[in-house]
Design a protein around this ligand. Structure first.
Ligand SMILES: [Zn+2]
Ligand SMILES: [Zn+2]
Length: 175
């Protein structure tokens, strides 16, 4: 009777935050740091692990030099993720990344509001699911603000004109 049910969650640390499918490391780190429990404890990843500068680089999608297995293992331990789960938020080996501009498929964002790692692949300029060209800046009237790094996407709105990312779908060209 008291046996664990299938699919029951494994006990996790209080700082555990489940990643979304295909979520980019930058977007995930932003969500992770904004958790109440992390904020309240002034949980200092940089101080504890000397990963501070490295995390900042990853938030900006600077992967040169690429993340080392030691760095990945340290971060995985701290945030209570499996190494494989964490690795999935980085680009796959051999896939080049464009750190600028930050790109967006507003149709994807409307379904689930987070930045996908794939949008920054150098080899990709469209969303295959929606057959739309990715946006590279705000399409708002006379705005054209670049998208901030995804760790700074708490509101999902353009910081200059206020247009919500999900509404930008009507400006996406078919591709
Ligand atoms: Zn899409
Ligand atoms: Zn704008």
């Amino acid at each position: 009777m008291t046996e664990p049910m299938e699919g029951e969650e494994i006990p996790r640390s209080i700082v555990y935050l489940a990643p979304h499918e295909g979520e980019s490391i930058s977007h995930y780190l932003g969500r992770w740091f904004r958790q109440d429990v992390v904020q309240a404890d002034s949980f200092s990843v940089g101080g504890r692990l000397r990963l501070g500068k490295i995390l900042l680089r990853w938030e900006k999608f600077y992967f040169n030099p690429p993340p080392s297995s030691t760095e990945i293992a340290k971060l995985a331990k701290l945030i209570d993720l499996e190494t494989e789960q964490l690795m999935q938020m980085f680009p796959p080996e051999g896939e080049s990344i464009d750190p600028h501009p930050i790109r967006l498929c507003a149709a994807c964002y409307g379904e689930a509001p987070y930045h996908r790692m794939q949008w920054q692949w150098q080899s990709i300029d469209r969303c295959d699911r929606h057959r739309l060209i990715l946006l590279t800046k705000c399409p708002g009237h006379k705005c054209a603000a670049p998208f901030p790094i995804p760790s700074e996407w708490p509101t999902g709105k353009c910081q200059k004109c206020g247009m919500s990312y999900r509404k930008m779908v009507k400006y996406q060209k078919p591709g």
